[in-house]
Design a protein around this ligand. Structure first.
Ligand SMILES: [Zn+2]
Length: 280
């Protein structure tokens, strides 16, 4: 009888241990699955963007990159670092190649009166950009570097269209009109507030973060200034430009200015402020 009872107790203990092992196994399994899902969510969107862009020819990619370029050009809240806001201290200059356009500064209405939009390299651009871009492009070709334009000039009408699309998307997701407009402003520049409205800005090679690791990017970093181009939204200047780092977005400012900006490590806002301070 005594023996039987002990046996029964041991059996219960065994069942208890088995259940605990099973529970522990499930907990580990759930944690593992949660970890994999988290990893998946972080990694996949970036890879999809890169692959989506590189799989298409430059022509096929135009519309897509036009869109993705816009979605990439996230502005950064001005409240994040109001101390470094140069915009209210900068006056627009007379030189066309130094025109300032950013989320706070609109392209002056008179700017378009003196410029002409043409089609070159299968893209629309300011006519004054054609020659310097051709020189840059030829030099890149000679060095075995493949450069192509994803997006250059955007009219205010196209910008308005894309801005409205973003508002409509937000309204559909249940936002109020005010919320929808505020959110749209973060993702898409308002008409007249995108540097692409100047026709002097170029988005290169598919508009992906991966461009940073390409030979073309290294070449541009080394040589773009020689042809008058600057990386407009550099890493580390986000609090001044209020646009996130964009390795693909270059802006024509002219050889002399591009070289000086490179030498001084200044972004356009800093450089314009510097010029102003040193003139008066
Ligand atoms: Zn751009």
């Amino acid at each position: 009888m005594e023996k039987k009872k002990r046996k029964k107790i041991n059996y219960r203990a065994f069942r208890f241990r088995s259940r605990m092992k099973l529970i522990a196994f499930f907990m580990v399994f759930i944690l593992l699955v949660a970890g994999i899902v988290r990893l998946f969510l972080f990694i996949i969107p970036e890879e999809t963007t890169v692959q989506g862009a590189s799989d298409k020819s430059p022509q096929q990619n135009t519309a897509a990159s036009e869109k993705s370029s816009l979605s990439w050009e996230h502005t950064i809240s001005l409240e994040e670092n109001p101390d470094q806001c140069f915009n209210d201290q900068i006056r627009q200059r007379k030189e066309w190649n130094l025109v300032l356009v950013n989320p706070e500064v609109k392209l002056p209405d008179e700017y378009r009166q003196n410029s002409e939009i043409i089609t070159a390299f299968d893209r629309q651009m300011d006519s004054r950009l054609e020659e310097p871009y051709e020189k840059l492009y030829r030099a890149a070709c000679d060095a075995g570097i493949s450069l192509w334009i994803s997006s250059c000039y955007r009219s205010s009408e196209l910008q308005q269209e894309l801005f409205q699309e973003e508002i409509d998307k937000n309204l559909k997701s249940g936002m109020t009109q005010t919320q929808a407009e505020a959110e749209a402003e973060i993702a898409v520049a308002r008409p007249g507030y995108s540097e692409h409205n100047t026709g002097l800005a170029i988005d290169f090679n598919g508009v992906t973060m991966d461009f940073e690791n390409s030979k073309a990017f290294s070449w541009l970093q080394k040589n773009a200034a020689e042809y008058g181009f600057i990386l407009r939204y550099p890493k580390g200047k986000e609090s001044i430009t209020h646009i996130m780092y964009e390795p693909w977005h270059y802006r024509y400012v002219g050889v002399e200015h591009a070289k000086k900006m490179k030498e001084k490590g200044m972004c356009l806002e800093e450089y314009l402020y510097y010029l102003q301070e040193n003139e008066s």
